[in-house]
Design a protein around this ligand. Structure first.
Ligand code: CDP
Ligand code: CDP
Length: 224
């Protein structure tokens, strides 16, 4: 591909996908694309419009009429919908707890995965999500599936929250993560799953640097 490889990174919530994907992209001078942010953007817009999450027709209209764009920033990427910045808003708890329902809607998946294919067309990209290696970029040269124990993932989210001044109890976070993983793994269309040719990395007891260097090794191998 013109700009380099396609690197797909999938896995359950808080496995470290976006953290390591950003660092891998930086190392190879590739573009980073957070596909979860796109599902979150549509969810935020639906919530703000007061649309009920089971109103499939209305949410389908929203996804077809909205323009999601990204701009690079120091710590990853800024996210916009119809020109308005929503980088912070899409991380709100109400969005997190509603996004899996929106992401299960056929029109939403079709529209967003078409956009993702387009973004990745020329390669030189690290894309993270749930179905990138399995569905969005089935021919990606590098496919990584990141996992970690649910206890460790809840801990990670807990620490992240504390830094933001949010103090949700650990057991509540663990239940939230389990519920979201369940919904993401059991939906009909392109559920969270490890692609047959993906390399699985268990990050439970690995540092961010260790995960990045393992992925970088795979990328370098493919480049040679
Ligand atoms: O919170 P976390 O960073 O783990 O999640 P995210 O990557 O921001 O994704 C939020 C939600 O979007 C997921 O729980 C899925 O429901 C959905 N999603 C998806 O269905 N397919 C993708 N490729 C990416 C995200
Ligand atoms: O994108 P995803 O939901 O998979 O995870 P994330 O948003 O990157 O969050 C993972 C959190 O765990 C971040 O706070 C990281 O600093 C931390 N972490 C990690 O990503 N990887 C490790 N090996 C250890 C910790």
């Amino acid at each position: 591909r013109k700009n380099g490889l396609q690197v797909a990174i999938d896995g359950p919530a808080s496995a470290g996908k976006s953290t390591v994907a950003k660092l891998v992209a930086k190392q190879f001078n590739y573009v980073y694309c957070d596909t979860g942010a796109m599902y979150r953007a549509i969810t935020l817009k639906a919530l703000q419009a007061g649309v009920s999450l089971d109103n499939v027709d209305e949410i389908s209209k929203i996804v077809k009429s909205s323009k999601i764009t990204f701009a690079p920033s120091n710590d990853g990427q800024r996210v916009f919908i119809d020109g308005d910045e929503i980088t912070q808003e899409i991380r709100q708890e109400d969005v997190t707890n509603s996004v899996s329902a929106v992401a299960a809607i056929a029109d939403v998946r079709k529209e967003l995965s078409d956009q993702q294919k387009q973004i990745a067309l020329n390669g030189g990209i690290v894309m993270d999500g749930r179905d990138i290696g399995s569905t969005v970029l089935p021919d990606a040269e590098v496919k990584i599936f990141l996992v970690a124990s649910v206890e460790e993932r809840a801990q990670r989210r807990y620490k992240e929250n504390i830094q933001k001044g949010i103090n949700t109890p650990l057991d509540e976070l663990q239940l939230e993560i389990e519920a979201r993983d369940y919904k993401d793994s059991h939906r009909k269309i392109s559920p969270l799953t490890k692609a047959k040719d993906a390399i699985e990395i268990d990050t439970t007891s690995l540092s961010i640097e260790e995960v990045v260097s393992e992925i970088a090794k795979v990328v370098k191998n493919k480049l040679n």
